[in-house]
Structures are given as structure tokens and as C-alpha cells.
Design a protein around this ligand. Structure first.
Ligand SMILES: Nc1ncnc2c1ncn2[C@@H]1O[C@H](COP(=O)(O)OP(=O)(O)OP(=O)(O)O)[C@@H](O)[C@H]1O
Ligand SMILES: [Mg+2]
Length: 266
């Protein structure tokens, strides 16, 4: 499934213009990362693609197509779209295992298959042994891993990810980046991945989109010509990675500069 954004602008009625004139084509099976300063509209963009914005709250202009289908249409409702929210958004009254199975329950997958699938996902996320715990009984990082696995469990063809590894420590972050790379390389699906971590964006994605400060607009798009399969650990030491990081940071730095006092961003 592809994602097509044409001249998308979003203005919240409370007064904030979040995005302006965003045009971006994401091909079927493509992995694209979006970086940009806090408050530039990254989460808003994902919500718009998933058709989760409340029209009473904001005005949306431009075209937002997923697999060629406009929001609210029947073909759009039938799409298998996954969303990993910036906050983990687990159901507090369900166990970790039930949470991971949620998408499968909604899709009517039978209990045996569901259990097998969620066990495999929990194992992958290092959550084996915590199946019967409730979200408040595990750490923030564990909740985030469970939320990621809940989405991957039902195998969506488009996955919107909003800083899915934000609450993880550096080591777990790299492990899950490797895991996500492995899953995507084995069966490419369309991924739009929002992160504040430039290194993460470069390690994972085929293209990195830099959004400007609010109202977020596409400032630059970089092709990441690093071959797959990629090794999330080894890549960080390579000369090409360093070159890309330096180049993209130059574009990004100016946008951060404008949102922070001079002394903070050297
Ligand atoms: N429901 C809403 N009503 C009014 N304003 C909103 C709403 N949601 C977001 N905004 C505003 O839109 C702007 C963009 O917010 P958004 O959450 O998309 O930023 P972001 O790029 O995801 O930031 P961060 O990196 O901190 O998560 C912000 O100024 C925010 O205050
Ligand atoms: Mg956000």
C-alpha cells in the first residue's frame, strides 16, 4: 500500500497551524522516516493519514490517499493499517498478552492461532514471563515494546509509527531497531516512522524526510543509499553513516535552533 500526500495543510481551530503544504509520496513497501523539531506536526501528520483527527478540532486541506483511497471511503476502511502511538496506549484492564492479541481479536482470529502468534511476538520483544501482568505492573519500555508487538501481530500492510522506541534505553532501542529491520526486510511493508533520533532514522529508513519547525513543511528529503540487510549496530561506525548524519543534521539543526535558545544548540 502506498501513501500519497498532496499539499496537506492542517490548522487547529484552537489557533495553531500545525502543517503547511506537505507533499510526499511513499511507495508500497517503502520505509520512510520523518524527523523534525518538537511540535512541528509529526504526530498530527500520522493522525491525519490514519483519519483520526476530529474535524471539530481542525481544518485539513489537500489530499491524503492511502492505497489511492481517500479518508472515510469504504475501500479506505477496509485497509489493514497499523498505528504505534507515541504514548503506548495499552488497555489498562487487560494483561500484556491480551493487549498484544487485541488486533487479532478484532479481526476474528481464532484463539489458538492468536495465542501462538502473541507468544512469538512477546518472545521477540523479551516479554516472555510477563504475559499475565497488567500494563501498570511493567516498565515504560516494556509497555512500549508490547504496543509495538500488538501492531506487528496483525501484520498490517501500512504501519504508522510515532516514536515507537522513544521510552527505551539505548541498548533496547538498538535491539528493537534490529528486530524491526529484520521483520521489514523479510516482508517489506509500507512504514512511516516518526522519530526525534536522527541516527535511528538513518539506520532504518530508505528515505529521511526533514520537517521544518511549525508549521511543519517538508524542508528536505534524503535518500539513504545504505544497502539492506542492514546491521543496526555495525552501521553506526561506518563512514557513509557519519557522512549522512552530518549532512542531515545541518538541515535539522537550523530548525531546532529556531525553537530553542541559542546557547542550547551549538
Ligand atoms: N488536538 C489539538 N488541538 C489543538 N492543537 C493541537 C492538537 N494536537 C496538536 N496540536 C498542536 O499542533 C502542533 C503539532 O503537534 P504535534 O503533536 O503534531 O507535534 P509533534 O511534531 O508530534 O511534536 P513532538 O515531537 O513533541 O511529539 C503543536 O503546536 C500542538 O500544540
Ligand atoms: Mg509527536
Amino acid at each position: 500500500m502506498s501513501i500519497g500526500l498532496q499539499h496537506v495543510g492542517i490548522r487547529f481551530r484552537a489557533g495553531v497551524e500545525a502543517l503547511r503544504d506537505v507533499t510526499l509520496e511513499i511507495g508500497r513497501g517503502e520505509f520512510v522516516a520523518v524527523v523534525g523539531p518538537s511540535g512541528c506536526g509529526k504526530s498530527t501528520l500520522l493522525s491525519a493519514i490514519a483519519n483520526l483527527l476530529d474535524p471539530a478540532d481542525c481544518e485539513v486541506v489537500g489530499g491524503i490517499l492511502v492505497d489511492g483511497a481517500a479518508p472515510g471511503t469504504k475501500s479506505r476502511r477496509e485497509l489493514n493499517l497499523g498505528y504505534v502511538f507515541q504514548r503506548d496506549a495499552l488497555l489498562p484492564w487487560q494483561t500484556i498478552e491480551q493487549n498484544v492479541q487485541l488486533g487479532l481479536v478484532i479481526r476474528g482470529v481464532e484463539p489458538g492461532v492468536r495465542r501462538e502468534r502473541s507468544r512469538a511476538m512477546l518472545d521477540m520483544a523479551g516479554l516472555t514471563g510477563f504475559e499475565r501482568y497488567y500494563p501498570h505492573q511493567v516498565s515504560g519500555g516494556m509497555r512500549q515494546r508490547a504496543a509495538l508487538m500488538r501492531t506487528l501481530a496483525y501484520d498490517p500492510q501500512v504501519i504508522l509509527m510515532d516514536e515507537p522506541f522513544g521510552a527505551l534505553d539505548a541498548q533496547n532501542r538498538m535491539l528493537l531497531q534490529s528486530e524491526l529491520l529484520r521483520i521489514w526486510q523479510a516482508s517489506p511493508r509500507t512504514i512511516l516512522f516518526v522519530t526525534h533520533d536522527l541516527a535511528e532514522a538513518i539506520v532504518l529508513a530508505q528515505r529521511v524526510v526533514v520537517l521544518s519547525r511549525r508549521p511543519g513543511a517538508v524542508k528536505a528529503v534524503y535518500d539513504i543509499a545504505l544497502p539492506y540487510p542492514r546491521d543496526a549496530f555495525a552501521l553506526r561506525g561506518s563512514a557513509e553513516f557519519g557522512r549522512l548524519e552530518t549532512t542531515i543534521w545541518q538541515a535539522l539543526r537550523d530548525e531546532f535552533r529556531a525553537t530553542l535558545p541559542d546557547a542550547v544548540v551549538a
